[in-house]
Design a binder for this molecule. Sequence first.
Ligand code: AMP
Length: 350
Amino acid sequence: MAEKSINKKRYTIATLGSHCSLQVLKGAKDEGFRTLLVCEKSRLGLYKRFNFIDDMIVVDKFSEILEHFCQKRLEQTNSIIIPIGTLVAYMSTEQIESIASPFFGNKWILRWESDRMLKQKLMEESKLKTPKSVKSKNEIEKLCIVKLHGAAGGRGYFLVWNKKTFEEGAEKLIERNVINSEDELYIQEYVTGVPAYLQYFYSPLTNEIELMGVDRRYESDIDGLGRIPSKQQLGLDLEPSYNVVGNIPLVLRESLLAEVYAMGEKFVAAAKRLIPPGMTGPFCLEGVYDREGKFTTFEFSARIVAGTNLYVEGSPYSDLIFAEPMSMGRRIARELKIANKKGRINEVIT
Ligand code: AMP
């Protein structure tokens, strides 16, 4: 990993205006950093409302972050970029890796989040229980969920139980120009139970894992289907989607927590082996608890997730660790502050 030599006088914390940027920049401000938002023109009206945003680079599209004027401003302001879901959703791995400014955490691991095959590899290396991925539509034998690549936020996902239902679903996505061919889809066995999103922070400075919160997602229209009586459901020719519209807080049975920490530790250890310097900072294990209370991880996010927006004032879990309100955004800024003070900034940026 190339060492970044950046001016140590004063850092700015920067991110893109979407996803969890408000929480990230509020946390940065609380820790005494200057803040910068790369903001799309269409969203200026929203972000101008918040006085913890010191500076903005206004763009037509987020991809302009790759252009010289934008990179120059980030450099001049001594910015450290906090990667968020928007970055992963709207930019290719190559584009992300070409950004010259330093990133908080490990920017190389974002490739492993975007690529389904690498994602599966890291989950297997972590020895997490995962749903079987189904190699071809001819091998679909039970209920499966079909996904798009990248952080699509559940949009366009559909359920299938044989080759025919897969082909019908894929055909609809092709007609709507969401995909060009069936090869762009990823088939995974469906896990029954209740979904839970485990939000962690790993500090390379202390070598500790912190559980910062848990949430579940509120997804349209799968979470709305239960509001329709079965008779009407049967009459609807509806393909449910899993588009996230918000997040709901969750606390787990305390007896589940030991396993939650164990899973986080296995994930961090595997990431260290496969993708140096490893899983620095926030990450999320996303899965389903079955009726025995066993967790199957169907996804991970290798950066801050939007479910942490619930806990701007801290969560029932962060409150057990910190004597002050600690959002994930603030935790990131705290890590940067401590690393900077100790002359260890290169251990928390790439
Ligand atoms: P994701 O984008 O992978 O987080 O998935 C979006 C939503 O799809 C999740 O919040 C779950 O509701 C659902 N989901 C994804 N994978 C599975 C799975 N293997 N089994 C059951 N539900 C799943």
